[in-house]
Design a binder for this molecule. Structure first.
Ligand SMILES: [Zn+2]
Length: 207
């Protein structure tokens, strides 16, 4: 299972405490995943390849850490599925994986808010994160992939990537949200979509 630098330990514990987070962490593709501290990183996290995520040195609450880990691990799963590293992805692929990663980040935020018996300090962290107007709070409020797409299309960082996705793969954005799930595994990733669509029009969407 994922190993993380010490400052992300609490976030990993919280992620494990959520249903979707624990499923995500159990993914075979993430058996050898490692989180590496990167003090130069100008972001909370960055997935480099299928098993490596870089984590920035900004101080984050455990709740935010859990969401960052879920976000970056989603990219790792997509990299495994696509057989590519970050620097090999097309703009449309980046757009697709960012929708998955942001959706899952919001899913974890929602699940964190539902854990009963969480210590007060931690549940306060969760509430503070989810009420905020940063990406964390915005994803807590996003209930569908379309909500996530709309948010990302308005951002400087991701707008052009989700636009590239929309222009090149129109069917992709019309696909039902649950096509990115797998049974009771609620988090979204490209591997789930492929498994659900082997006979449908979305087959080999990245072929
Ligand atoms: Zn991302």
């Amino acid at each position: 299972m994922l190993t993380v630098p010490r400052q992300f330990n609490d976030g990993l514990v919280l992620l494990l405490a959520t249903p979707s987070g624990s499923k995500l962490l159990e993914s075979r593709a993430l058996d050898n995943a490692i989180g590496v501290s990167n003090v130069d990183l100008q972001a909370y996290g960055s997935a480099i390849d299928a098993t490596t995520i870089h984590l920035g040195s900004m101080r984050l609450s455990a709740a935010n850490q859990a969401c960052v880990l879920a976000h970056e691990l989603t990219h790792c799963l997509d990299f495994t599925f696509l057989g590519k590293r970050l620097d090999e992805l097309t703009s449309a692929m980046i757009g697709a994986s960012e929708i998955n990663a942001h959706y899952n980040q919001g899913l974890i935020a929602k699940e964190l808010s539902c854990i009963s018996g969480l210590e007060d300090t931690w549940s306060n962290m969760v509430q503070q994160m989810n009420r905020g107007n940063s990406t964390f709070g915005r994803m807590f409020d996003a209930w569908t992939r379309d909500d996530v797409y709309s948010y990302l299309s308005s951002t400087k960082q991701y707008g052009r990537h989700v636009e590239a996705l929309r222009q090149s793969k129109i069917l992709y954005l019309w696909t039902r949200d649950d096509q990115w799930e797998s049974g009771n595994t609620m988090f979204h990733c490209e591997a789930h979509l492929e498994a659900n669509n082997t006979a449908g029009p979305m087959h080999s969407v990245w072929g």
